[in-house]
Design a binder for this molecule. Sequence first.
Ligand code: ADE
Ligand code: ZN
Length: 318
Amino acid sequence: MVKKAELHVHLEGTATPALVKKLAAKNGTLLDPTTFKSDGEFAWTTFWEFLDCYDKAAAAIKSKDDYRLITYDYLARCAREDVIYVEMFSSPDHAAQAGMSYADHLEGIAAGIEDAYREFGIIGRIIVTCVRHLGPEKALKVATEFVNNPHPFVVGFGMGGDEAQFHPRDFAPAFNLAYRAGYQTTNHAGEFGGPESIRASLDYLPTSRIGHGVRAIEDSELLEEIADKQIPLELCPGSNVSTGLFKSRQSHPFGEMMKAGCVVTLSSDDPPFFATSVGYEYEQAAKNYGLDTGDLEGITRSAIRAAFCDDTLKEKLL
Ligand code: ADE
Ligand code: ZN
């Protein structure tokens, strides 16, 4: 089986409906009844409803041990699909909304990473993220906690959330703080924002990789620049099809972007919300973009080269 690596997955978004319900029952949390459909799956239709449903499900994660469990549970699923390395987005804002401190949520995640490594040999690392629609002040607060609390598993800083809110320049103080402290950074851009959103992100924020970036396909000059500069793209075709950005996996431009010379990687984003997994993304990419085993192995190597972990670890993984 092809070894796989994932660079773009939101930790709260890895918990299955069953796990969310189990945690809610354990903690006595009353979840919003609109979180689930009658068949038990997460209930959302549009991207914005998805973001809302994500927040409702995340409310079930209440303690250090809960973060430990969801992290371990996700990495265990990945290990079964021959995933060797995962960079996970942690969200101190979601942890705070559930009443947890920055340190507790991080310690929980780190313990889950250690459990999974001991049991399966899979390596997990953390990218601390802020949430764009919560605004620049909260982002700067997260970045400040991030630089003041270094941890060997925390390898980078990022931002998710609604790209239509605020402007990348508003988040320059947060990103610059992380960058000046020596961290690499990634920002969600060119998902529900067009190519101009990617342009603005590149112009105003230190950018080691782009989260999604798929809508660079709409601007040939931008696509060429991203290819020339070899800025890695964290592409998530299954997520983009589920949220309605593309009608089907076949019409997703993954293959085209790869042919244009972009550094492409494959990720699941929020697997139970989008009925996917890293293994399924690789399988579907092979099927829909005509990739052979060598191509898939190349995508894994690209992901490891683009990873934010240290070079010694990369060399071991390559
Ligand atoms: N948070 C979790 N998943 C996300 C996505 N696909 N885009 C933006 N923010 C997110
Ligand atoms: Zn994402």
